[in-house]
Design a protein around this ligand. Structure first.
Ligand SMILES: [Zn+2]
Length: 336
């Protein structure tokens, strides 16, 4: 086919803690042409996990209604798990599918769709999307922080991810913000994720209810089983509604989470002195209070010079940073 459009269109898949989202993306503009979406289930096995990806990918391709000459050049997947990027293998994703170990995801996608495929950690992928077409555009150095089921982060320099020696640089969710503090999902103590994630906010609310406090969410919280696989947590939209309704306990709990998030951000500011900090993810998108408090606290707690130099902004692509970043990865896998 004609050379000009090769690699222009790619498919991006964002496999997160609560849903899988796929999109066909025009990489000249960053525009999303068609999407597909399904909920994820933590008791899925590897076959069901792949079926979910195929289902959303097929939906996105159908919705994009590309013309015959506009082919998809490659497929990228961002996934909340441990990834062997070089081999295109999902090594494990305890929050998505406990039964899935060493799944050759890229090879399976290539077999089904006949194009190159690649995968990577979901937060790094979302940062790639923000760097190319979102709030990171034109910023030489930035830090991406996504607050959802967990707290993920990535560092970008000159539009490229900074991997660090182990490929894990930017794990802001595991900064220690309280000595000997709450137990984190990673086994450490006092990490930011144990205070500011949606899971942490839910746990804190459950604790307060046990102490006899009440909330508009009392009934909903009563149905949540703590410590179930995948980590039980209230949805961001539900938290947002409780805040809008002025629920005292929810407002207090989120304000508390925001204070800790601000501390984590100020540590990042002092260490790296980035041009921008981009905050995204479900809870940030849904709850203004969290962004506003965390940004103010981060500015106040950081050293004056780097604190004045950093802009703390929201993710520019909203829910789409992951699929757009994944599509960029897919196009790169295709050599575009
Ligand atoms: Zn941790």
């Amino acid at each position: 086919m004609a050379g000009k459009d090769r690699g222009r269109y790619a498919l991006g898949v964002d496999f997160g803690g609560t849903k899988v989202l796929a999109a066909v993306v025009d990489l000249h503009s960053g525009k999303v042409l068609g999407t597909g979406k399904k909920k994820t289930k933590p008791d899925d096995g590897p076959d069901e996990l792949m079926e979910r990806i195929y289902g959303t990918a097929d939906q996105a391709i159908a919705a994009a209604a590309l013309e015959k000459k506009e082919v998809i050049g490659g497929i990228g997947v961002g996934i909340a798990g441990q990834v062997d990027a070089e081999r295109g293998v999902l090594r494990g994703a305890p929050n998505l599918s406990q039964a899935t170990v060493d799944l050759p995801m890229a090879a399976l996608l290539t077999e089904r769709y006949g194009v190159p495929a690649a995968l990577r950690n979901d937060v790094q992928i979302a940062a790639m999307g923000e760097a190319a077409f979102g709030a990171g555009k034109g910023a030489p150095d930035f830090v991406c922080v996504f607050v959802g089921t967990g707290v993920g982060g990535a560092l970008v320099r000159n539009g490229e991810l900074v991997p660090g020696a182990a490929g894990t640089a930017g794990e802001i969710g595991h900064l220690t913000i309280a000595a000997d503090g709450r137990l984190c999902g990673c086994g450490g103590r006092g990490h930011l994720e144990a205070y500011a994630s949606r899971t942490a906010i839910t746990k804190a609310l459950l604790g307060e209810l046990r102490r006899g406090r009440t909330s508009v969410l009392s009934d909903m919280l009563a149905e949540i089983k703590e410590n179930e696989p995948g980590g039980a947590a209230l949805r961001s939209g539900i938290l947002a509604k409780a805040v809008a309704a002025g629920d005292e306990l929810v407002v207090e709990t989120i304000t508390d989470a925001a204070r800790y998030l601000g501390l984590g951000l100020s540590s990042a500011i002092n260490l790296i002195s980035p041009t921008r900090i981009i905050l995204g993810g479900g809870v940030i998108e849904a709850v203004d209070l969290l962004f506003d408090f965390a940004a103010a606290r981060a500015k106040r707690e950081s050293l004056p010079v780097p604190g004045a130099a950093v802009a703390i902004v929201r993710a520019g692509l909203g829910d789409n940073s992951g699929v757009v970043g994944a599509a960029i990865l897919g196009a790169r896998a295709a050599g575009a």
